[in-house]
Design a protein around this ligand. Sequence first.
Ligand SMILES: Cc1cc2nc3c(=O)[nH]c(=O)nc-3n(C[C@H](O)[C@H](O)[C@H](O)COP(=O)(O)O)c2cc1C
Length: 215
Amino acid sequence: MTFDQMRISYTMAGLSESDLDADPFKQFVHWFHNANADDKPEWLEINAMTLATADSAGRVTSRIVLLKGVEEGRFLFFTNYLSEKGLQMEANPQVSLCFFWPHLQRQVRIVGRVTKTSREASVAYFATRPRGSRLGANVSSQSQAVPDRKVLEQALSDWDQRYSDHDDIPCPEHWGGYAVRPDEIEFWQGRESRLHDRLVYHRDGDAWRIVRLAP
Ligand SMILES: Cc1cc2nc3c(=O)[nH]c(=O)nc-3n(C[C@H](O)[C@H](O)[C@H](O)COP(=O)(O)O)c2cc1C
């Protein structure tokens, strides 16, 4: 099959204004639970989302990160503050998040501003990560060039030995959380003939205004 022959019809469901909760975060959690239902494909990480960032010159980059919470109207994820994305968010806090849940033919798109979480929140989450991930965060200067893989494996092995008899692996100062406060959240449901449903919440002071967009 060639690229131009690849297409799927979206016929699973529709989305109308009356389906939506007035609170977009409740709506998100509702869709998230739908996406995480027992019959979801086991391999699918529904908390995986594309994070798009841009530097002050407008150069845009994107990558997948994992959503680790929705708290007080903010979407949380964790990473290295000195990575390419970290430096871009330092220069320009405007970001976008995008979830794709193919098994439901749904997409959620978020636009907002990012801030760092508190050091306490970063350290608390870091402590819940598996040992290998905590060691890895210490040895990886994320987004920097490395001469070869051996350098990383040697550094991991050195740290593993250093902490062989105790588990208090430190959370690096340059590692922690970000919280995205959305201005817009779009709920997208694929429909037949590409007449998809797109309902977008726009922040309007303390309230939210819902707008339907053409697909
Ligand atoms: C499914 C999946 C989940 C990921 N989760 C994270 C994450 O939560 N935090 C993170 O820093 N990188 C995560 N990554 C790696 C990033 O996509 C990326 O390679 C890394 O953060 C470096 O990005 P940057 O160089 O653009 O800063 C994940 C990758 C995949 C495929």
